[in-house]
Design a protein around this ligand. Structure first.
Ligand code: GLY
Ligand code: MN
Ligand code: MN
Length: 445
């Protein structure tokens, strides 16, 4: 295989997605750019990460490309502009498919060098009823789209036709991405398997005195050994109080005897499907009384929330389920005071649980798709995948709300989250990450 990051995904799957997207566009033409290379520092770039919308429709894994979807042009509805083959560029930066590859391997009806986009775009957009393009995201392509539309409008009095408006492709495309096909679910099971194995391996090596980063290395080594592209997001390996920093990624502190370790890590496959798992366990192999009490509470909330995942339910309902269990348990433990309903209504638990219980998961870790449409919460349907990840974070960082008890020292520095990836099935759900153990006994040694 000439290109290391190419996957074996069946081109027919991408063709089927394009057909459905073209159908949804009605008479509007869509312009979907690939991601650019992003500078890390000086002239060094980050590893390339394709735009998930572009990937979903093309499977083409190079920067500097633009895809056109032209329902008003039924002979050639899928046009790719790509970096052309060029020996010297390929010596420095690697293989390119070029225009020929774009047609033969990726199913483009026509392909052109990207340098011809400015000249050819107006012609391709001619006759479209609208232009679907995400403004504000693609600074290199946006002026070309606006200029082409502007000149159509200039000519409209005499030509008699111009695109009526610029529309966002998001809802059309993201509603497709939100519902995973059986083939996508198979890929997500693979991302979940590798991610879960890494958590199991990490727990076995952890002991007091190791550095967080050494545990990160074990996890990320497994991702790469298993053929993943790398991490889905910056791994969080957070000992003790560091776990109360939700986006902790410095991962450079020694692991202390008596603390918990929170690990939030998942792999990203070559075709970008992601795992997203959190586990929390005692560094020395034994929960303290306070740690166990809070761990069992988070686990109860997480299991209740996972059980709430089923067709016809909502992400909001899953969140509410977790919050109710957490708040009731915190009242029992004396960390909150008052009636459960009142505490929930006032949000008087948010100094201990300040994030949502989950998010859609797919090609993006925080995947696309609406959670609500106006006042209406989107109902879960077979094929949707979401994370379920309640937690508790006991620290001094946020003020205790008025009327709530001060936090005793013995609870402080405990941060716990438990996160699984859950697919909605026809009758209920499938926990994709169940092989990462989470029972309290399994967390001890
Ligand atoms: N690791 C990112 C998240 O859990 O949402
Ligand atoms: Mn996570
Ligand atoms: Mn998550």
């Amino acid at each position: 295989m000439p290109h290391a990051t190419t996957t074996s995904s069946d081109p027919a799957l991408f063709a089927d997605r394009r057909d459905r997207f073209l159908h949804r566009l009605g008479g509007a033409a869509a312009v979907i750019p690939a991601a650019p290379l992003v500078t890390h520092h000086a002239d060094v770039e980050h590893p390339f990460r394709q735009n998930s919308d572009f990937w979903y429709l093309t499977g083409f894994d190079e920067p500097g490309a633009v895809a056109l979807f032209l329902p008003h042009n039924p002979e050639n509805p899928f046009v790719l502009f790509v970096a052309p083959k060029e020996a010297s560029a390929e010596v420095w930066n690697g293989f390119r498919w070029g225009c020929e590859g774009a047609v033969e391997r990726f199913g483009a009806d026509l392909a052109h060098p990207i340098a011809e986009l400015a000249e050819r775009l107006p012609g391709y957009l001619e006759g479209a009823e609208g232009i679907a393009f995400r403004v504000g995201r693609h600074p290199a392509v946006e002026p070309l789209v606006l200029k082409a539309w502007g000149s159509q409008l200039d000519r409209a009095p005499r030509s008699g036709r111009a695109a009526l408006g610029l529309v966002a492709p998001c809802s059309l495309l993201h509603e497709l991405r939100l519902r995973k096909s059986p083939e996508e679910l198979a890929r997500m099971r693979e991302a979940a398997r590798i991610s879960a194995e890494a958590h199991e391996l990490a727990r076995q090596v952890v002991r007091p005195g190791l550095n967080e980063r050494q545990v990160q290395a074990v996890i990320e080594q497994h991702f790469l050994e298993q053929g993943a592209r790398g991490t889905a997001y910056g791994s969080i390996v957070a000992g003790g109080d560091n776990a109360c920093v939700l986006h902790y990624t410095s991962n450079n502190a020694p692991l202390r005897d008596g603390d918990l370790l929170l690990i939030d890590a998942g792999c990203s496959l070559n075709d970008y499907y992601n795992g997203d798992i959190t586990r929390t366990f005692p560094i020395n192999g034994r929960f303290s009384g306070e740690q166990r009490a809070l761990y069992e509470l988070v686990l109860a909330a997480q299991e209740a929330a996972v059980e709430a995942v089923a067709p016809g339910q909502t992400a909001e309902g899953v969140h509410d389920t977790a919050v109710r269990v957490l708040v009731a348990g915190l009242v029992d433990l004396g960390l909150l005071a008052g009636a459960v309903d009142g505490i929930i209504e006032q949000g008087a638990y948010r100094h201990l649980y300040m994030h949502r219980t989950g998010h859609w998961l797919g090609l993006d870790v925080h995947d696309v798709g609406a959670y609500r449409l106006g006042e209406h919460h989107v109902e879960l349907e077979e094929g949707m995948v979401l994370t379920v990840e309640p937690g508790l974070y006991v620290s001094d960082r946020l003020p205790v709300p008025e009327g709530q008890p001060a936090i005793e020292e013995r609870w402080k520095g405990i941060g716990i989250r438990i996160e699984d990836d859950v697919a909605v099935t026809d009758r209920g759900h499938e926990n994709l990450t169940a092989s990462a153990l989470k029972a309290p006994a399994a967390m001890e040694r």
